[in-house]
Design a protein around this ligand. Structure first.
Ligand code: ADP
Length: 504
């Protein structure tokens, strides 16, 4: 039987999807499961790596069942994942040594601040393109090596390996311990220029090289490995695509040319601007990162504006405050009021990322009055997503010395039409939503499909991109600038909240 589909596994912060795509890039089957968010202390965020693997198996089987797909109808598998989240496991037993430490976790703030005080940041930024922040993997891995009893000895005996969630899943599916450049570029251990693990950084973070996965291209015709016949796919299928979720979305949006950008609305928001083969050093608070690498082509780089908490603030309204029943309800409730009634919500739960990189910021709601209702707060939560996007986007534009004339969007929260309209109003440029908003999974499928020749080239992928809707800005300049100025004042109130004696 001819292979008709590519499978993508999208292991996100909130949940895991398995999607099957046909040659036109349409979703033909999809299954999704949320997993638990574990908050042992303020500022700590963990996932159970076993649960993630279990849910991954479940969604693979469920997606295959929808079409009653035979395994040999699947040409290849691509993986995409929440980035930076750190797992260490025993390669002999498959047992993780500790919960996965999630990218949003701020427990390593002290360690980061010490390194900054030691003057290490400039050198690290020059090599990796990243600021020294709790966000990235290296300090999380360092924390595990220091705090998990006996782990250092296990490492010395070759009984421990490190990976981000992509490596954890690929290892479970195939037995290969590998990662791709895009994931590596989020660890603080990978050198943007040499495209190798950096010995100087490994020494600085005291991380043994033997822990690290092998490096591969994001779309790799040599394949990472084959799935085990006894595994959830029930057959040996090549795994040959792997991209961090934000890079996968860029790839899925077919932003292959320098100057093309996308913004993804998920747990956080992430704007990536393809800069081609140019490594642009940021001066305004963006990151420099690997966009993707295709075996037979060159490696592309990107500037990134990362915002930690956007959709997660909507989840917080649902789970912690209980004022909405589900994320989708935020749209209807926000629509019951014309504006936020002067309320601004800065959801700096994990500090502030781009462009501030302030690990001491914490959440603030300002402008409350006796008039304020839950509808105002919900609307302010949606506005916060858009204002944070504007801050990150402007920083990126400054770094790249460019001005975007429209913005391609994707991700779970882009279903919210009010949010998309607000985004156009707050940015003052059109917001362009494609038919497939699951571009993260699509990007992983594209990377895998290119590697096996399911799609011939980048042009074939571009031809699949289809427009759903354009949101045109409707606010006048005065309203836009007044709202943004107020937002910036609110951000100042959230910044620098923690003192050095607060260990959160
Ligand atoms: P991730 O890949 O980070 O897990 P998703 O792309 O699945 O994220 O998007 C889920 C996020 O989007 C959640 O944080 C959720 O609160 C938010 N979200 C989903 N639907 C909506 C909606 N209609 N309005 C606002 N936020 C939404």
């Amino acid at each position: 039987m001819e292979a008709r589909f590519i499978a993508a596994i999208d292991q996100g912060t909130t949940g895991t999807r398995c999607m099957l795509f046909d040659r036109a890039g349409h979703v033909v089957a999809s299954a999704y499961e949320e997993h638990r968010q574990i908050y042992p202390q303020p500022g700590w965020v963990e996932h159970d790596a076993w649960e993630i693997w279990y849910k991954t198996k479940k969604v693979i089987r469920a997606a295959l069942d929808i079409l009653r797909t035979e395994p040999n109808e699947i040409a290849a598998i691509g993986i995409t994942n929440q980035r930076e989240t750190t797992v260490v496991w025993n390669p002999h037993t498959g047992e993780p040594y500790y919960n996965a430490i999630v990218w949003q976790d701020t427990r390593t703030r002290d360690g980061c601040e010490r390194l900054i005080a030691d003057g290490a940041e400039e050198k690290i930024r020059a090599a990796t393109g990243l600021p020294l922040a709790t966000y990235f993997s290296a300090t999380k891995l360092q924390w595990l090596l220091k705090n998990v009893a006996g782990l250092r000895e296990q490492v010395e005996q070759g009984r421990a390996v490190f990976g981000n969630i992509d490596a954890w899943l690929i290892w479970n599916l195939t037995g290969a311990h590998v990662t791709d450049f895009t994931n590596a570029s989020r660890t603080l251990l990978w050198n943007l220029r040499t495209r190798e693990w950096d010995d100087e950084l490994l020494a600085r973070f005291q991380i043994p090289r033997a822990l690290l996965p092998q490096l591969r291209a994001s779309s790799d015709p040599k394949f990472y490995g084959y799935t085990r016949a006894a595994g959830p796919f029930g057959a040996e299928i090549p795994v040959c695509g792997d991209l961090g979720d934000q890079q996968a979305a860029l790839f899925g949006q077919t932003c292959f040319d320098a100057g093309e950008a996308k913004n993804t609305y998920g747990t956080g928001n992430f704007i990536l601007l393809n800069t081609g083969d140019e490594i642009i050093k940021s001066k305004s608070g963006s990151l420099t990162t690997c966009a993707y690498s295709i075996e037979s082509h060159t490696t592309n780089y990107a500037l990134e504006g990362s915002v930690a908490v956007t959709g997660a603030a909507v989840q917080w309204l649902r789970d912690n405050l209980g004022i909405i029943a589900n994320a989708a309800e935020s749209e209807a409730l926000a629509q019951t009021v014309d504006d936020t009634g002067g309320v601004y919500f800065v959801p700096a739960f994990s500090g502030l990322y781009a462009p501030h990189w302030d690990m001491t910021a914490r959440g603030a709601i300002v402008g409350l009055s006796r008039y304020s209702t839950k509808a105002h707060l919900i609307r302010a939560t949606l506005e916060a997503i858009c204002y944070q996007t504007r801050e990150a986007l402007e920083a990126m534009e400054q770094d790249a010395d460019t001005k975007l004339t429209w913005l391609k969007v994707d991700g779970g929260a882009t279903k919210n039409n009010l949010l998309m309209q607000m985004q156009a109003d707050i940015l003052g440029i059109p917001v362009v939503r494609p038919v497939v908003n699951e571009t993260t999974a699509l990007g992983a499928a594209y990377a895998a499909g290119l590697a096996v020749g399911f799609w011939e080239d980048l042009e074939a992928l571009r031809a699949n991109w289809q427009l759903d809707r354009v949101f045109e800005p409707s606010w006048d300049k005065a309203r836009r600038e007044e709202g943004y100025a107020n937002w910036r004042r609110a951000v100042e109130r959230a910044r620098g909240w923690l003192q050095s004696s607060d260990h959160r």
